[in-house]
Design a protein around this ligand. Sequence first.
Ligand code: HEC
Length: 105
Amino acid sequence: MKFHSILFVTLSLPILFSPVAGMAASAAEESCRVCHKMDSKLIGPAFNDVAARYGKDKDAIAKLKHSMLEGSSGKWGTMAMPPNAGLTEAEAERFAHWIMSLNKK
Ligand code: HEC
């Protein structure tokens, strides 16, 4: 766990402190991009793949929220997602709905 926290901090800092001109993205959203892309695996799974995997799961929102807030490991591979520090419950809810909405495209 310690390793992952260090990784998280190291990877997030340059992103969080670089100015994103003209973008409305929240700091939390920027931090996700360090490890996630829309359509291909980075450190974490592609958001499109997450959406597809939970597409038929009626508890998807609750599960994804839980993973974002508490961290997740062992579901997608050998890398773990640390709990996303600073992420609020409301933001996690918004992200979960946004990810699941990718299935409707
Ligand atoms: C340090 C890298 C890292 C960061 C930052 C990160 N993730 Fe992840 N994420 C991962 C990894 C690795 C996994 C796969 C975990 C597993 O196998 O259980 C994952 C898994 C997920 C999943 C799937 C969880 C599940 O239960 O299947 C979702 C949804 C997700 N991330 C969303 C986010 C969002 C939203 C953010 C930003 C608030 C974020 N992640 C930030 C690395 C990261």
